[in-house]
Design a protein around this ligand. Structure first.
Ligand code: PLP
Length: 292
């Protein structure tokens, strides 16, 4: 039996079935919402500062200042862990301007929602055998922030689902690769790891991986990449907080490299995971020391 799920609205934890937001909520009504996802390692949230900084950067674009603290979020996560019995969580945080009050813009006070559920990472086979992806046209309209508006990527995700693929990646008409609909895209050629820095979400997994890769003597470059570059690379990876690093073995049915995961994917992910575990435990200890 799966444990009962618990969510939180404005810091109040409740059974998921009771979690309701009004139809006038502007994230629902207008797609105006900030969103971020982080995971726990050994029960401790990872990268809370960086995820909250990115969340508040996005919320600031629609005029919402920080409306809860790190302490509020840690308390909510602990309560959800205790009530659900789930130790390892995927934590989605959504901030909306609140409810429409008048005309087309008026907003009540901001609302924050925490949806903390079982992590559901990709299955082990995704890491061992790699995944396939499809390409989709276009890009996110405000690429440097993480919003609730997934309209641009939805047709790509539907195409991925129809093709039995794991992810869709945005490719412009001229072949420029941006990012995945829900991930960053990286490639390794020889000892050089390359990804795109402009007009994509500054992924926190990608940033963490950089330190790991450089410690292994890999060179990190950030510049334009094309679909042609990806097909010619030794390895292609997608990264995100939930997936960490997943090797991509085919794009639109065409193999990447020799069509099997490269050896670096496994090495870097293992080290990245260790690092996340250590950082999460250290962050939790530092927070506890500051507040007791
Ligand atoms: C569009 C997009 N790019 C990249 C990422 C990866 O970001 P992070 O590694 O911070 O989870 C995500 C994560 O959901 C995303 O939605």
């Amino acid at each position: 039996m799966s444990p009962e799920e618990f969510f939180a609205i404005d810091g109040v934890v409740m059974p998921a079935a009771e979690a309701r937001i009004p139809v006038l909520d502007l994230a629902f009504l207008r797609g105006v919402g900030a969103f971020d996802t982080l995971c726990t390692y050994d029960g401790h949230p990872h990268g809370m500062h960086a995820h909250l900084a990115r969340l508040w950067d996005t919320a600031g674009r629609f005029g919402v200042a920080p409306c809860f603290s790190e302490g509020d979020l840690r308390r909510v996560v602990r309560e959800i862990q205790a009530r659900s019995g789930l130790h390892e969580l995927r934590i989605n945080i959504v901030v909306s301007p609140g409810d429409l009050t008048e005309g087309v813009f008026g907003a009540s006070r901001p609302r924050w929602v925490v949806i903390a559920r079982d992590q559901h990472p990709p299955p082990p086979a995704a890491y061992e055998r790699g995944v396939t992806v499809v390409t989709c046209p276009g890009h996110r309209i405000w690429p440097e922030v993480k919003t609730t508006a997934y309209l641009c990527g939805w047709p790509g995700l539907a195409a991925a689902r129809a093709a039995g693929a794991h992810e869709a990646i945005y490719v412009d008409e001229d072949g420029t690769v941006r990012e995945g609909v829900t991930s960053n895209v990286l490639m390794r050629t020889g000892t050089v790891v390359c990804s795109v820095a402009d007009s994509v979400l500054p992924g926190l997994t990608k940033a963490g991986l950089r330190a790991v890769a450089e410690r292994h003597g890999l060179t990190w470059r950030e510049h334009r990449m094309t679909l042609h570059d990806l097909h010619g690379a030794d390895e292609v990876w997608i990264t995100s907080s939930v997936r960490e690093l997943v090797p991509v073995v085919a794009i639109d049915g065409r193999p990447v490299g020799d069509g099997t995961p490269g050896s670096w994917a496994k090495t870097l992910r293992a080290e990245y995971r260790d690092r996340c575990r250590q950082e999460s435990a250290a962050d939790a200890a530092a927070f506890a020391a500051r507040h007791h």
